[in-house]
Design a binder for this molecule. Structure first.
Ligand code: TLP
Length: 357
């Protein structure tokens, strides 16, 4: 039998992949940290690198405790299952990632009911609608509310940022109804960098926050859920129920520590690249972009071209090694990230110009 040979190169080669910041590969420092990480069995709480990451993460977002989970989806799900009892409502935006892209986990696995509310183009949910949804009606017809969720930055709204003021208003509303507030902060550091505020100015207003190491921060795997110690202890139990208790997870936590120490400030570069990309694309025939909404590393735009559909345009880009994603039959998303440089952005603009001319 032939021995299995490890591949020696990554698959990204020289494509310009703007489908997502999830395609980022670990930095050389991450690879080295992973190779040399001190390890133990994390289900016994004995992986020193996981413990160090969880302490660092909690401290960064100003919470008592944090727990490492394999994905943002499991992080959100375990937080929702912790906050709610079966039969309760999860109040969230109809454009949220939890509602659209997490395979209905809270409903399918936890017996929770999604209560989606309209999302404004700036990512906010109207406070009056939230107050209505959060009101407990003492009548056996109605499923009681269990949690309110917000998303910052807001993915489907094109990476827009929710302000500390808005978060504070929702926090007050949630508290006045006795409800916890959970933040899907997959890209919360992008929000903080875009606003020029410490991330704690955002996370201070929520009970629990999930954030991802594996998006713009470029770690290969991992997200954290942070919050009060007693709540995180319960999230840890739910993580185990979902099969997310990992053993020598220090291998991935090591990259996460590098991500938090070295990759946060550089997100500003991704934002500059996104703005340049948006400004360049906005000049081209058939492309419509609201430049005010290009606030972080996501560029969402519409294509209405006499000759090319969205899928034809994306296919044409692909023949030049440029990848973007479709959000609908009229809408496209491009995401900037670690590994995408100014020269790549200029190439994308000139290739798009050629295709659409
Ligand atoms: N988003 C992915 C896709 O699932 C769409 C992407 O390419 O942007 N919350 C938000 C706001 C997210 O954008 C994502 C991932 C998640 C949660 C889930 O994280 P993972 O993929 O780690 O489960």
């Amino acid at each position: 039998m032939q021995g299995y040979v490890l591949p020696v190169t990554d698959t990204l080669d020289d494509r310009i992949d703007l489908r997502s910041d999830t395609v980022t590969l670990p930095s050389p420092t991450m690879r080295a940290a992973m190779a040399h990480a001190a390890l133990g069995d994390d289900v016994y709480g004995e992986d020193p690198t996981v413990n160090a990451l969880e302490r660092l993460a909690a401290e960064r977002v100003g919470k008592e405790a944090a727990v490492l989970v394999p994905s943002g989806t499991m992080g959100n799900l375990s937080a929702l299952l912790t906050h709610c009892q079966r039969g309760q409502r999860v109040i969230l935006g109809n454009e949220s990632h939890i509602y659209n892209y997490e395979a209905g986990g809270a409903s399918a696995l936890g017996g929770l009911i999604y209560h989606p509310l309209p999302t404004a183009a700036d990512g906010r949910i109207d406070l009056d609608l939230l107050a209505d949804a959060a009101t407990r009606i003492d009548d056996s017809h109605f499923a009681p509310p269990g949690v309110i969720c917000l998303e910052n930055t807001h993915n489907r709204c094109g990476g827009v940022v929710l302000s500390p003021d808005y978060l504070a208003q929702v926090r007050e509303l949630a508290q006045s109804h006795g409800l916890p507030l959970h933040l899907d902060g997959a890209r919360i550091f992008n929000a903080a960098i875009a606003l020029g505020v410490p991330v704690t100015a955002l996370t201070a207003h929520v009970d629990t926050v999930m954030f991802c190491l594996s998006k713009g921060l470029s770690a290969p795997i991992g997200s954290l859920v942070a919050g009060p110690a007693d709540v995180i202890a319960r999230v840890r139990r739910v993580r185990k129920q979902l099969g997310g208790g990992m053993r020598q997870a220090g291998v991935i936590a090591a990259a996460g520590i590098v991500a938090l120490n070295e990759m946060v400030d550089r997100l500003a570069e991704d934002h500059v690249h996104a703005r340049r990309l948006a400004a360049g694309l906005a000049e081209l025939p058939g492309i419509q972009i609201d430049l005010n909404r290009v606030q972080t590393n996501i560029v969402r735009f519409d294509l209405a071209h006499p000759r090319l559909s969205v899928s034809e345009f994306l296919a044409a880009l692909r023949t030049h090694g440029i990848l973007m994603g479709s959000m609908s039959s009229t809408s496209i998303r491009a995401v900037t990230h670690y590994g995408i440089e100014a020269t790549h952005i200029e190439r994308v603009i000139s290739v798009a110009a050629e295709i659409l001319a």
